[in-house]
Design a protein around this ligand. Structure first.
Ligand code: SF4
Length: 463
């Protein structure tokens, strides 16, 4: 996997007086997708592209000074999660090229063989890179096409035809904002309006926070052009019906109050899957309370409770001032598990507990949770997981470990059960996910599940 090891967010506004202000608001709402750094680029009144990049949280980053520097009516922003590259201020997007003037930010990843090929291609043309970030590669490739005489439509069409991978992004060029989504649509991207301005966001919560009206998804293989005072122009530049929406957006990444791939995440997908969990795996379980691992499993547990009648208890309380463990860089992960979750003995003691979580990656977090529950008096601890066994790495924008660190690549379900010291352990199946999205009106074969199956088709990946 190359350097864009992240689950990021992009956000843009076109046609708003001081567009930086709604962009900062939008990035707040998308902070769950990346907490290590952020960046905003704007078309300044003199048509220059200005960029500001900051480490850390959005809330700490854009005071009066930065906002004055970022004056303009068209702006794009990015929140970043990464491992490699650390906190270097070169790594957060947007990336800016001066000749021709172009800024771009992305959510996704270009897998290694493709990344290496096109980086070498540009290096042969004397192109210098500031980072090993594939977001920079995408911007430099587009700049190269524009420099060679393409307009933006031709340049993005070329990108779709030649660069395979996951990329939902925003561009600034020639005073306009462009939204781009790769032909397979791995990562979400939606747009809406707020009066006379246009807003593009990785998730619909980014529209909600500034009271923008939700229009629709940017379609896979689509380029949408936004200019101040004009209606968007849509260019469908790739025609295939093949789709690879990341199912993990619904399971874990997206906020529950978002609508992703036209499916309400919490109240729709997670609750429905929770109900299915009961009917498939819970009918023979004698338990006293169902407890979610907060927050992403809350709606699974709610659905389970609604289907089963088993009391729902918040036996694990989350400290909201600590980041998510899965998307924290590896070195920081272990102590944060203990800081993040606190057991509530009043809910747990003397009970047969069913704990529901969204996934098990390495098993260390779940082992700590099971031990925590037993220390606090749980009589039995049963575990139900809202995703299938994660047996393969993701190359499409999610920082999963190498295969040898994935517990399900090395152990069967009973082996994992023993590792986490649970009384029972059940996972949902790929078929459960397919049935759930089908019931919600989506096409199951439009979803990527490569981390469960190892089937990365049609995108080339390493190995
Ligand atoms: Fe999402 Fe898994 Fe596909 Fe990666 S491999 S895009 S995490 S479903």
């Amino acid at each position: 996997m190359t350097k864009l090891k992240e689950e990021c967010a992009v956000y843009g506004v076109c046609g708003y007086h001081n567009a930086v202000n709604p962009v900062v608001e939008g990035l707040y709402s998308l902070q769950h997708r990346g907490q290590e750094g952020s960046g905003i680029a704007v078309v300044a009144p003199d048509s220059q592209l200005i960029v500001v990049k900051k480490p850390g949280l959005v809330s700490d980053s854009y005071g009066e000074l930065e906002r004055r520097k970022l004056a303009g009516k068209v702006a794009i922003g990015h929140t970043r999660y990464s491992t490699a590259g650390g906190l270097s201020l070169l790594n957060p997007h947007p990336f800016v090229v001066n000749n021709p003037p172009l800024a771009g930010c992305w959510n996704g990843n270009i897998p290694r063989p493709t990344y290496d090929y096109w980086r070498d291609y540009l290096k042969d043309k004397w192109c210098d890179f500031d980072t090993e970030n594939d977001g920079e590669l995408l911007v430099r490739l587009l700049a190269h096409r524009l420099y060679s005489g393409d307009d933006m439509v031709a340049a993005v069409r070329w990108l779709f035809q030649n660069v395979t991978g996951a990329y939902s992004g925003l561009l600034l060029h020639d005073g306009k904002m462009y939204a781009v989504r790769d032909p397979l649509g791995y990562r979400p991207l939606v747009f809406g309006d707020r009066g006379k301005s246009w807003v593009v966001s990785s998730e619909t919560v980014g529209l909600d926070i500034i009271k923008a009206r939700h229009h629709q998804e940017v379609q896979p293989g689509e380029l949408v052009e936004f200019a101040v005072g004009q209606k968007p122009i849509h260019y469908q530049l790739a025609q295939s019906d093949l789709r690879r929406f990341c199912i993990f957006e619904l399971i874990y990444f997206a906020r529950p109050d978002s609508v992703v791939f036209n499916i309400p995440v919490g109240h729709g997908f997670r609750r429905a899957l929770g109900k299915r969990m009961y009917h498939q795996y819970g009918c023979d379980l004698d338990i006293d309370v169902v407890i979610p691992v907060p927050d992403s499993a809350n709606d699974f547990a709610l659905g389970y409770h609604e289907a089963s009648g088993v009391p729902l208890g918040f036996g694990l309380r989350r400290n909201h001032y600590v980041g998510r463990t899965f998307i924290e860089p590896k070195k920081k992960r272990a102590p944060k598990v203990r800081r993040k979750l606190n057991p509530d003995r009043a809910v747990i003691a003397g009970k047969r507990v069913l704990i529901i979580d969204d996934s098990i990656v390495r098993s260390t977090t779940m082992l700590k949770i099971v031990r925590m529950l037993r220390r606090n008096g749980a009589k039995e601890v049963h575990v139900l997981i809202g995703s299938p066994l994660i047996t393969h790495s993701c190359y499409f924008g999610v920082d999963t470990p190498d295969r040898d660190e994935l517990v399900a690549a090395q152990n069967d379900v009973d082996g994992i059960r023993r590792l986490i010291e649970a009384d029972t352990l059940q996972y949902v199946t790929i078929q459960d996910l397919r049935s759930t999205v089908l019931d919600l009106g989506a096409k199951p074969d439009h979803f990527c599940g490569a981390c469960f199956s190892g089937d990365y088709h049609p995108t080339p990946v390493p190995g």
